[in-house]
Design a protein around this ligand. Structure first.
Ligand code: PMP
Length: 441
């Protein structure tokens, strides 16, 4: 009997014992094509010798030094690299151990910024429905995913939710994508006015929505409209790039593809590529200057901030991405993957939409293509897809439909950047096998 409190108390899990490039290997020797990087984490695949060497060397040199006593070389070097790569005035890096902590830090940075600035009434966060920003209480409060939130209501911070940017379901037939974006920005503006702009602290959104919608980019102009609106009302814009950032969509920072720079930018998964747990919040010069001219102290912290081994791993991962020219590959592989998915599945009766950007792709499953009617959430189709895919030797990241029927089940694909052209066929073949099993075709 396992003494691990796994998330599911009814399921049993194979034991992963090794990794080799794009594959994970279980205790029985079965190989799984890791087409989702777990949860968009393993962007360099498994067993990368350069990253392993960096981790080994760092842990042998200095395992741990608490960040309120010391800085460390890997932490400084990684912060330098990220600040250099980041757009605009995102000049500072606050290190944490994962995505929820990165969002939590962003929310507290935002709140302290306004308190120090003499605008303490600004405490309200606006996020989008069907969003996920993490499972710690603050991040959970920000997210609009009912399935994750409902047992824990009332949550601790004041949040209201507006519509996500989800063209497949919500763009009207009479609307252009641009007009749809303008309508959504107007909805956000109305919410800001309803709350009173002087009460609103931040708007948080994923540039390309991962787990909750399934690799959904915004329509053109939407994020520019959001940025303008936030500027007009002095509201901070937080981009949650925990899943879509660090190259996943073909740019190091997905928000740059929208032509905007947020005030706070959260990253995690691809940062350390799973070789170590690490996340970070990139912080604007303006926010840091306000702290510097005020208390001179950010009232937050964790024991493992900027853990030396985690920073060394992330540094090696990011150097590998740059030195091996992987960003350019992500774009071309992403196009090929989209094409292969469309060729194989666009006529499938239960595939409603195939979408995404870079090596971040989503497939939405529906009962009927024309009506876009989702499957009943109680069918747990996503769980069946996951099981069938694992049987076929494929890891993909399926998510259930929303309880209100506003979205169907979907499959998220986030394969490693080191994937080769031939792996695309393997991915599509195995996915087809899994869908055939689920739909009995
Ligand atoms: N934000 C987004 C967009 C995420 O996808 C996730 C994780 N799926 C998180 C935050 C939380 O990250 P973590 O699980 O590392 O705490």
């Amino acid at each position: 009997m396992s003494h691990v409190l796994h998330r599911s108390l009814t399921q049993s899990y194979p034991t992963a014992v090794g990794g080799d490039g794009v594959y994970l290997i279980d205790a029985e020797g079965k190989r799984y094509f890791d087409a989702c990087g777990g949860a968009a984490v393993s962007c360099l695949g498994h067993g990368d010798p350069a990253v392993i060497a960096a981790v080994q060397q760092q842990v042998a040199t200095l395992a741990y030094a608490h960040s309120s006593f010391f800085s460390t070389e890997p932490m400084e070097a990684l912060a330098d690299l990220l600040a250099e790569q980041a757009p605009g005035e995102l000049n500072y890096v606050y290190f944490v151990s994962g995505g929820s902590e990165a969002v939590e830090a962003a929310l507290k940075l935002a709140r302290q910024y306004f308190v120090e600035k003499g605008e303490p009434r600004r405490r309200h966060v606006i996020a989008r429905r069907q969003s996920y920003h993490g499972n710690t209480l603050g991040a959970l409060a920000a997210g609009g995913n009912q399935w994750r939130r409902q047992q824990f209501q009332p949550l601790l911070i004041e949040v209201s939710h507006v519509s996500p940017c989800y063209a497949y379901r919500d763009q009207l037939p009479s609307e252009t994508p641009e007009a749809y974006g303008v309508r959504l920005v107007a909805e956000l503006e109305a919410e800001i006015q309803r709350l009173g702009p002087e009460q609103v602290m931040a708007f948080i959104a994923e540039p390309v929505v991962g787990a909750t919608l399934g690799a959904v980019p915004a329509v053109p102009g939407y994020f520019k409209g959001v940025r303008d609106l936030c500027d007009r009302h002095g509201i901070l814009l937080i981009c949650d790039e925990v899943m879509c950032g660090m190259g996943r969509t073909g740019a190091l920072f997905a928000s740059t593809q929208e032509g905007i720079v947020p005030d706070l930018l959260c990253i995690a998964k691809g940062l350390g590529a799973g070789y170590q747990p690490i996340g970070a919040t990139l912080v604007s010069q303006t926010i840091v200057d306000t702290f510097r001219n005020g208390s001179g102290f950010f009232q937050h912290g964790h024991t493992y901030i900027g853990h030396a081994t985690a920073c060394a791993a992330a540094l090696a991962v990011q150097q590998a991405i740059a030195e091996r020219g992987l960003l350019a590959r992500i774009n071309s592989l992403g196009e090929q993957l989209q094409q292969a998915l469309e060729e194989r599945f666009s006529t499938h009766p239960h595939v409603g939409d195939i979408r995404g950007r870079g090596l971040f792709r989503g497939i939405e499953l529906v009962q009927h293509k024309a009506s876009k009617a989702p499957f009943e959430p109680t069918l747990k189709l996503h769980a069946k897809v996951k099981t069938a895919a694992m049987d076929a030797g494929l890891m993909c990241y399926p998510m259930g439909g929303t309880l209100d029927g506003r979205r169907g089940d979907h499959i998220l694909l986030a394969p490693p950047f080191i994937m080769e052209d031939r792996h695309i066929d393997e991915l599509v073949d195995k996915l087809e096998q899994a869908l055939n099993t689920v739909f009995n075709t």
